[in-house]
Ligand binder design. Sequence first.
Ligand SMILES: Cc1cc2nc3c(=O)[nH]c(=O)nc-3n(C[C@H](O)[C@H](O)[C@H](O)COP(=O)(O)OP(=O)(O)OC[C@H]3O[C@@H](n4cnc5c(N)ncnc54)[C@H](O)[C@@H]3O)c2cc1C
Length: 573
Amino acid sequence: MSVAKNLMAGRILEEALFPYPDLREKDREVLGMMVDAIDQFLGPRHQDFKRWDREAGQPAQFIQGLRDLGLFGLIIPEEHGGLGLSNAGYARVLSQSSSHDSSVSLTIGAHSSIGMKGILLFGTAEQKARYLPRLASGEMIAAFCLTESGAGSDAASIRTQAVKDADGSWILNGEKIWITNGGIADLYTVFARTSSPAGKITAFVVEAAWPGVSHGQHEDKMGIRASSTTTVNFADVRIPAANVLDAEGKGFKVAMAILNNGRTGLGGGAVGGMKTLIAHATRQAQTRKQFGTPIAEFGLVRDKISQMTLDCFAAESAVWMVAHYIDSGVEDYSVEAAMSKVFASEALQRAAYEALQIAAGSGFMRDAPYEQITRDCRILTIFEGTNEVLRLYIALSGLKDLGKSLGELKAAVDDIFNNFIKGFGVLTDYAEKRLTRATGVGRDKILTPLPQPLREPAEVYERYTLELAKASDHLLRKHGKAIADRQHDLKRIADIGIDLFVGLCVLSRAAALSKATGEQGVQAIGMARVFAQQAKRRMANTVRRITRNEDEEMGRLAGFILDKGSYPWDVMS
Ligand SMILES: Cc1cc2nc3c(=O)[nH]c(=O)nc-3n(C[C@H](O)[C@H](O)[C@H](O)COP(=O)(O)OP(=O)(O)OC[C@H]3O[C@@H](n4cnc5c(N)ncnc54)[C@H](O)[C@@H]3O)c2cc1C
């Protein structure tokens, strides 16, 4: 039962949100050692990271250090030589490494989150036994090869091809671009069309040492410059039949499952980056004086620090909730994973902007850490699904899957997509009926006992869950199946959903923290209250814009400019 998809039907799946999950005891033990070891290893290397950013590369000796620390075996089960961390524990490690350097996190993360994840999720016992021990030790580093020059967001349009030979092996030809770890990997998870140029996609495990496999030059990137990004080429590469992942023709499903499962790694990294920015911004605000006063005394500077903190807490709450879903065997978490990725990546970019603004002129100098972080974090809204495409995915999967996740609604929702006139009003009716039945007052109450100060934020989410169901209903009623092409509206649905899901995670975490005595618990309640007010303003505005907007005028303006090919006005003419 997906929490996010249920929100679109006006339903808060309370049991999947409260109480806020704890880290597993076993993770705590490993993390206790790992976090210290990471700090000791990466902490003294900050000047090196700057140099490697300029020189664009990580020395082999440094990568050996990452191997020695066990950072390539984080999520590989102990029986295969790894540390056996859960998704939540893994995200926490990436948060720690990202607090030092993003390129380091990318080297580790591309290996675990996506490079070898296919073997973990879909590998046979034989494939696991053959590869996982070497992947755990870092003897083999992994990369994920999906993107091609003609296939970015539209990953299903790849042209790399694998043709089956008479003996059951495959011959692979094609080129992948922008592959993280491309230049240092020993093992690639490769996606190719099988049998015919229009055939289905199949996933393969390909070793870099096999004849016909090569990679291009290190790409000269804007950020994460030290991490390896290259093309990877396959020229008549023979792949044994035993190296197909899952089944022939199931490659697209494999790719999407890997990306969904890996998103908490990216989210954890974003949280680590925000924590570093908050620490820098705090130090700067306290030490820099203007007008005879530390700038930390100025309301506009304080506002930036509190907003960064609030964003970080919210991202952290959502990312670890999703990690918990994955660890506890929830099968349908892809929408929540996408929501947490979108929120965390954008929150980090806001934080990078504001932290640099607090440091102002000195923040603009390359000596300071901000410019590198600003460049490094820019990628997070682009890879592992652009945030635009993820927003469309969030809204469309939510709307389409309503029928599947809510048995009693199936026929009615099918009607909306098959015959939308018949489906008029079904979601609103459903949401209102259900809410009335559940509470007697027309709202889906959060029944978990919450401290009094958290009732008000709870009411915001209760109310806007109903609004989201009504908005979904309104849009389906108005556009029927054509909703799939209404991108502005889909974005609005996604944005309300993201605020609701992230806000509910914040609420749950604050409720758990409120039980702890001391200032942190009090501040957590305060953050939950403020987040809800901010979310309410955003959601109210978005709901309003579903019926009153300038979409058509903006569309015409875009059409005009696209026709012209440039901005045509000039004060001279
Ligand atoms: C540094 C780096 C590392 C990478 N690492 C890997 C890796 O390890 N493995 C791998 O396989 N790939 C990797 N990628 C590729 C990455 O996943 C793609 O860049 C990403 O999927 C987006 O594809 P694209 O860049 O071709 O953009 P495009 O798909 O061309 O998109 C261009 C713009 O159009 C928007 N857009 C596209 N489709 C739609 C739509 N339907 N509706 C609305 N807007 C749309 C996008 O949001 C974007 O703003 C990496 C990329 C970079 C830059």
